[in-house]
Write a protein that binds this ligand. Structure first.
Ligand code: APR
Length: 234
């Protein structure tokens, strides 16, 4: 097994698979349904315009579940521990909207698809912490209007966050590791190819081969709590 500490600049990309053993369902392991909904029903700007209460309710349930039922698992903790003692450059990018990396102790996690525990003002795009249910009566802390607020989530058809910075980090790294992501949603699905083109070593840690498995130099398959913990053991 290659050792991450032998590299000087590491980018880690995580997806829903790292949080699966924390009790949060992945997106594509249930017949294309996400907690009983098609993504277009709940995770697009059109859905929010057409049926805001369904979309808010969907994220309210996810927010409650995250705060009441989920906790970081040993894979989140192994990553945070590695980051704390590693002396090179370390960038953690996640597609996950949960805060389990932060709870495990990771620093500066880049949530490219947004964060469940934040809200956003529809007028100014200002972002603020949000832990309660959100609905059409919720008072926006930014503009003080009721209902002028949405979950801070990047929906399908919207631009992921921090892309310029992320691409710079990938082009500079000598090791890119993708954990628990199916490799079907771009731009994240293209990160390994970008890193390989810049001559970095690429590693996939996943339950099974992803859709872009051929973009990785090494792969270790199994549950995240096993393969991630072993890979980042220091
Ligand atoms: N350990 C490791 N990997 C796992 C585990 C586990 N215990 N359980 C599932 N996996 C893997 C699956 O094999 C799959 O490859 O995690 C991956 C989960 O894939 P998706 O559900 O597609 O999640 P992700 O890749 O994060 O989705 C990307 O799609 O819907 C959007 O915005 C959403 O951020 C999300 C994006």
């Amino acid at each position: 097994m290659i050792r991450p500490s032998d590299f000087s600049s590491i980018v880690v990309l995580t997806g829903a698979g790292i949080s699966a053993e924390s009790g949060l369902k992945t997106f594509r392991d249930n017949d294309g349904l996400w907690e009983g909904h098609r993504v277009e029903e709940v995770a697009t700007p059109e859905a929010f315009i057409n049926n805001p209460s369904l979309v808010q309710q969907f994220y309210n349930t996810r927010r409650q579940q995250l705060q009441n039922e989920a906790a970081p698992n040993t894979a989140h903790k192994a990553l945070a521990h590695f980051q704390q003692q590693y002396s090179g450059s370390f960038t953690l990018i996640t597609q996950n909207v949960d805060n389990l990396h932060e709870q495990a102790g990771s620093q500066n996690t880049q949530h490219m698809h947004g964060e469940l525990l934040k809200g956003r003002c529809l007028s100014t795009d200002e972002i603020f912490p949000w832990y309660e249910d959100m609905n059409e009566q919720s008072l926006c802390p930014c503009c003080k209007s009721r209902g002028n607020i949405r979950p801070h989530i990047v929906w399908f058809g919207e631009m992921p966050l921090y892309m310029k910075d992320i691409e710079e980090q990938i082009l500079k790294c000598d090791l890119l590791i993708a954990i628990g992501t199916s490799g079907v949603v771009y731009p994240a699905a293209g990160f390994a190819q970008l890193a390989q083109a810049a001559e970095a070593c690429t590693v996939e840690l996943n339950l099974e081969a992803s859709a872009v498995h051929s973009d990785f130099n090494h792969a270790y398959y199994g549950p995240a709590t096993k393969v991630v913990t072993e890979f980042f053991r220091t």
